[in-house]
Design a protein around this ligand. Sequence first.
Ligand code: MRU
Length: 344
Amino acid sequence: MIKLDPKIVPLKMKRDKLLVLNQIILPARTEWIECTDEIQTAHSIKIMHVRGAPAIGVAAAYGFYLGVRKLINNGKKPTMAALQKIKNILDASRPTAVNLFWATEKMIQRAAQMIESGIDASHFLLQMYNEAAEIHEDDAQRCMNMSVIGADYIEKLLKKKTYKILTHCNAGALATGGIGTALGLIRVLHDRGKVEMVYADETRPYLQGARLTAYELEREKIPATLIVDSMAAVMMQKKMIDFIIVGSDRISNNGDVANKIGTYGLSVLAKAHKIPFFVIAPRSTFDKNIKSGDSIPIEERSESEVLECQGHRHAAKVKALNYSFDVTPAENVTAIFFEDKVGV
Ligand code: MRU
């Protein structure tokens, strides 16, 4: 089994503070934001200091722990009502990535078990910390497993010496607790000498591709070329792409996939040009309670993200519409790689 470490992490715990890498200003500057409770953690998720579905889940788990810690330090009893309040604050931060709700649900269920057992406050807190840390470590392992499963599958399906790969948004170490999902798979293929070029969509408006994916690929010394989102079509037309790989924020029961805005368009283009379109995600992204993509809540973010770039307005005086995600129907997806198997 190969061993690949994430060379960059989106968050870490230090002396009962959650330190979140401020991804808004990467790669220009490296700055860590301190979160000491659930309110600050929810804020950091909402304004996207920390982003990417699995990383949001991990941050929310630590945020839950910090909320319980604050409660106990203020001499209050961790009742189910108080814990639900902490969960609600975190859950309200972003709506699409189901990993957030998955993580806070795990935390509150663990808390409920402990309340039932009559455990004392300090042990209760320790258990809460351990649960959050486990969610974190577990995600790292899932990233590794799905990356290998996906890389093996692609090597079997596409018999080529090296691949030209297109990816969208950032599904790397910065978006997870480990080496990433789409970028994790790319790292495994690169380790096997199979990557000719990774084309990264810049991913308007937050520029996850230009700022974060390009940064990670540069640090990993993986051949990388940045393209504007609208160039993907001509790249496929000119046979410059062997396959597309993206992450996901929520996969419905029938295999529809919510991911960063622009993903659906790529899937349609891939189908038209007969290019394999792969999705890779941990099981914590799979929402068995949602029948199809139609019911996935899609986040609409501030219009200022579209009208302005890095704080400077470039648009004329019009309104902007800013859906942060779209849904790719299952029929457009060649295969989904999970940590345990290929397919839903
Ligand atoms: O708005 P973001 O940056 O949180 O959106 C991130 C994505 O769309 C990713 O592709 C997805 O969360 C998968 S990350 C492994």
